[in-house]
Write a protein of this length. Sequence first.
Length: 164
Amino acid sequence: MSKGSPGPTPGFLVWRLANKWRVAVDRAVAPLGLTHAQYSLVASLHGMQRAGERPSQRQLADHTGLEALYVSKLARALESSGLIERTRDPRDPRAVQLALTGRGQAVTRQAIAVVQELHQQLLEPLGGLDAPRTRTLTDELTTLLNAPLTPPAPNNKSTQGTTP
């Protein structure tokens, strides 16, 4: 909690909500053989492929906000499961391109439907997925996600005497 706020901080609430939703998505997609992180990868890949892209692991990492090394690990596991294929980029031999297999497309479509239903349920307190309050929340979260992270200045009095 912050010194000026009697209740939880926004950061704490976002963290709690993210964890709650991650657990809910993990449970919802588990019957399809996916984790939440794997779902994030295949659903993003699905959207990118529909837009005509065949992204590299780096591009998918940038799109999802996941670390490139983690995307590589997830991609190898999804390849072993037969859901995606990894191929060398003909323009850059160091890069690996990703694509959903036919089975991967089918599983991803099922997972997207399951998660959309879950999101409707999780957002019901705000009026549902298409409600004005949900759109406002989405806009506010997007604003926060788009704000650049800048490290505090070394002489910032609010960080003096604290440890990371």
